[in-house]
Design a protein around this ligand. Structure first.
Ligand SMILES: [Zn+2]
Length: 69
């Protein structure tokens, strides 16, 4: 199954928003278990972090559900 999750972030400096579509495996490979998503703004090249629960509430919920098993 290759369900995709939508990660939405916005740059704290210029407000430019970015959306990524990643599968579960891609998220795990890229971010592992860290609670923050690291992004680089395409407009002003600022590197910033967004909590996973803000970037992708859906993913955050699924992680919690997995933890409870
Ligand atoms: Zn920016």
């Amino acid at each position: 199954m290759s369900r995709q999750y939508k990660l939405k972030t916005s740059c704290p400096q210029c407000g430019c928003s970015a959306v990524s579509h990643l599968t579960k495996d891609e998220i795990k490979k890229r971010y592992g278990d860290i609670p923050n998503v690291e992004m680089e703004c395409s407009e002003c090249i600022l590197k910033y972090e967004t909590p996973m629960k803000d970037a992708c509430p859906e993913w955050d919920n699924e992680c919690k559900m997995e933890d409870e098993k």
